[in-house]
Design a protein. Structure first.
Length: 277
C-alpha cells in the first residue's frame, strides 16, 4: 500500500477509535436539526425554523408528509413546513435528517467510479429502509419506524468511506481486500457520533456475517431480510454469510416476501421516491 494511503487509513481508523470522525461543513444544518430532534423538549416551531434553513430538506419533508405512507386516503395535502413537521412527528423527521446527513457526505465526490458506487449504495440504502418498514409490519412485527431508521443508517460507514476515498486517490482499491473489517470499525464510531440509539446500533453492528433466523424475529433479522430482498445490491464487499437450504427455500417461496419483492406497496414506493429525490 502506498505510504500516503497507509497514513490516510491509519488516521481514519484512529479517528474511528476515538469517535472523532470529521464531517464536511455541508452537513451542519442537518446535523443541528438531528441534534435538536433528539432533545425530548424540542418545539415544533424550532424544528420548522431549522428546516427552512435547508430548502432541499424542507422540500423532502413536505413531500414525505404528502406520501401514501403519511397521507393515506383523502388526507388533505400539506403545503407548509410547519404542517409537515406536525404530520411526520419528530421520530420520522429525525430519520429524514439523518438521511440528509448521509446523502450530503457523498455530495462532493468527484471520481466517477466512486460516485457511481455512492449512488448505488444510496439506492440500496433507500430500498432497504423502505423494505425494513414493510417487513417490520408484516413479518417480524417489530417497530416499523425504528426499522425504517435502521435501514437508513445500516451502511453509513460505506457512505463515509467512499467520501474519504475520493480525497485519497487509490485508497479504495488498496483497501478493498480488508474492506469489511474496516467498515465495521468506522460504522461503530459513526453510529455513536450520530447519536443512533443503542438498540439500533446493536442491530446494525450485528449484521456482518449474520444469517437470518427462522422464523425471522427482531430488528437485525428485519434488516437482513430487507437486504436480501432489495432490488439494488450494495456495491461494497460484504462479510460472507452461510445460507442454509431451509433459509433459501423461505426466501424464494414465502408468499409474503414474494409480494414485498414483486409488488411494493404505495407507501414503499412513495418513501423510495422521496428519499431518492
Amino acid at each position: 500500500m502506498h505510504v500516503n494511503n497507509l497514513s490516510s487509513l491509519a488516521q481514519l481508523l484512529a479517528s474511528a477509535e476515538t469517535e472523532t470522525l470529521a464531517f464536511p461543513t455541508s452537513v451542519n444544518t442537518a446535523l443541528l436539526l438531528q441534534k435538536e430532534l433528539a432533545n425530548p423538549d424540542c418545539h415544533s416551531a424550532d424544528i420548522s425554523r431549522l428546516l427552512l434553513c435547508e430548502p432541499t430538506l424542507s422540500a423532502r419533508a413536505v413531500a414525505l408528509a404528502n406520501s401514501a405512507l403519511f397521507a393515506p386516503g383523502l388526507a388533505p395535502a400539506i403545503t407548509s413546513v410547519r404542517a409537515a413537521v406536525e404530520r411526520l412527528g419528530h421520530r420520522n423527521l429525525y430519520a429524514l435528517a439523518t438521511a440528509a446527513v448521509i446523502r450530503q457526505l457523498n455530495a462532493g465526490i468527484k471520481d466517477a467510479e466512486l460516485r457511481a458506487r455512492a449512488s448505488q449504495l444510496w439506492a440500496h440504502t433507500v430500498h432497504v429502509a423502505a423494505l425494513s418498514h414493510e417487513i417490520a409490519r408484516a413479518v417480524t412485527h417489530t417497530d416499523a419506524d425504528t426499522a425504517l431508521f435502521a435501514g437508513i443508517v445500516h451502511e453509513v460507514s460505506g457512505v463515509y468511506l467512499l467520501a474519504q476515498a475520493d480525497r485519497t486517490p487509490g485508497l479504495y482499491a488498496q483497501l478493498e481486500p480488508q474492506m469489511a473489517s474496516t467498515l465495521e470499525v468506522i460504522g461503530r464510531a459513526l453510529l455513536q457520533q450520530l447519536g443512533v440509539p443503542p438498540s439500533v446500533a446493536d442491530a446494525v453492528n450485528a449484521l456482518p456475517g449474520s444469517t437470518i433466523m427462522l422464523p425471522p424475529v427482531g430488528l437485525r433479522d428485519t434488516l437482513l431480510l430487507a437486504k436480501a430482498l432489495a432490488p439494488v445490491p450494495s456495491p461494497l464487499p460484504q462479510a460472507p454469510v452461510t445460507v442454509s437450504a431451509a433459509l433459501r427455500t423461505y426466501l424464494d417461496t414465502d408468499p409474503v416476501l414474494q409480494a414485498l419483492r414483486e409488488q411494493p406497496s404505495a407507501e414503499a414506493k412513495g418513501l423510495i421516491a422521496v428519499l431518492l429525490s
